[in-house]
Design a protein around this ligand. Structure first.
Ligand SMILES: Cc1ncc(COP(=O)(O)O)c(C=O)c1O
Length: 400
């Protein structure tokens, strides 16, 4: 049947039947977003404390993104990855100027950036560590959904999924030096962490631990990789989370916030790990001009408006408000940095709480039934936080 002959509601229903099932989604169709808010096709407004899954750092449809897309799309959309393009060079320089890294490879998703990091670590192992290929990652860590990044991910539920997995990954508990030391062997080429585990429920590396890990890596010639896909670009109150711990990783991956909602990712490395040969790594959309222009506009805005400082300020405010509610609702372990915040519930009612909040026009996430995670756009204001808490308070009162 022609689309013109059926109503929009019918078209949406038929569209849902055409989507390959990969996720349980509520019966809501999002249509429009501005700043801290989304609207669905029924016109209902939602206050967004999920932020496009820790992505929309500047809120929904910020002018800097729409303007850069418009301007760049009139100039050049795609020149092929076999040529440099102007925004690619400008953006790479911007990222290396503001980080401890010297070289950037651009991709489109966090998983793609992490695949690049894994390949680079194996290349390093083959060149400098007698073919070492093992990468140590953490239990409960998350690195993406390609086969190698699922293998790197320390999610118990995924252990037997899509077997056989990519070999060469060992998972250790976070912040346990003894176990880490035992896991290292001559086959180890890299250790890979999220500085704060995001999907796992907001669990952070301890400063003393990561400093010791840095030392071990230096002593043994092992690469330290930080997956900052979720923590990068101001989310934790600094431009990059590694800045909190007084250490520098050898490799860092970025996605989510770097495009502010546009698919964009980056793999950043120090000069001495600029070791790929032509053809080892690539991608049709690597350094694609539209993505480069958007990324540059987003990062400039984050720097110029000191968006990370707002993330820190509002994060502290959210944590203070959560501490006020702690006793009343028996909340536990309020944790995280900046605007990546998690807390535990007294009972595994996270999904119910998130579903009730959705009904009340608030988007929040429950990464595990016992937890709630907040990851709003980094432009969130005190008034938004107050509004979020008035809805959350009512929902917690009802559900707990
Ligand atoms: C820390 C981390 N790494 C990697 C990924 C995968 O990123 P993407 O979904 O863009 O492939 C995610 C996604 O949530 C993430 O949080």
């Amino acid at each position: 049947m022609s689309n013109a002959l059926i109503s929009e509601t019918e078209l949406m229903e038929k569209g849902k039947q055409s989507i390959l099932f990969t996720a349980v989604r509520p019966d809501v169709v999002m249509e429009r977003g501005v700043g801290m808010h989304l609207w669905d096709t029924a016109g209902k407004k939602y206050l967004d404390f999920i932020g496009g899954w820790a992505v929309t750092c500047l809120g929904h449809s910020p002018v800097v993104i729409t303007k850069s897309l418009e301007e760049q799309s009139r100039k050049l959309v795609n020149a092929s990855p076999s040529f440099y393009n102007k925004p690619m060079l400008e953006f790479a320089k911007l990222l290396t100027d503001h980080s401890c890294f010297d070289r950037v490879f651009f991709g489109s998703s966090g998983a793609e950036a992490n695949e690049g990091a894994i390949k680079l670590a194996r290349k390093y192992g083959s060149l400098y560590r007698n073919g070492a290929y093992e990468i140590i990652t953490t239990i409960n860590g998350f690195h993406g959904r390609t086969l190698a990044t699922m293998s790197a991910t320390g999610k118990q539920k995924w252990e037997d999924l899509f077997a056989p997995k990519v070999p060469g990954f060992k998972h250790v508990p976070l912040n346990n030096l003894d176990v880490l030391r035992q896991a290292i062997n001559p086959n180890t080429c890299a250790i890979m962490y999220e500085p704060i585990q995001g999907e796992g429920g907001v669990f952070e590396v301890e400063e003393a631990y990561i400093k010791e890990v840095r030392k071990i890596c230096d002593e043994q010639g092992i690469l330290l990789i930080f997956d900052e896909v979720q923590t990068g670009i101001g989310r934790t109150g600094k431009l990059f989370a590694y800045e909190h711990y007084g250490i520098e990783p050898d490799i860092m991956t970025l996605a989510k916030g770097i495009g502010g909602g546009f698919p964009l990712a980056a793999l950043l490395v120090k000069e001495k790990y600029n070791i790929f040969e032509a053809g080892d790594q690539g991608g049709t959309y690597s350094g694609q001009p539209l993505a480069m222009a958007v990324g540059m506009a987003v990062v400039h805005e984050v720097l110029n408006k000191d968006i990370a400082a707002n993330a820190e300020k509002q994060g502290l405010y959210i944590k203070a408000k959560l501490n006020e509610l702690k006793e009343k609702f028996a909340l536990k372990d309020i944790r995280g940095k900046g605007l990546l915040i998690g807390f535990d519930l007294p009972s595994p009612k996270g999904s119910e709480i998130a579903a009730e909040c959705l009904k009340e026009g608030l988007l929040i996430n429950s990464p595990r039934p016992i937890m709630i995670r907040l990851m709003p756009p980094l432009i969130v204001a005190k008034e938004d936080v107050d509004e979020m808490f008035s809805i959350l308070f009512a929902v917690l009162t009802r559900v707990l």
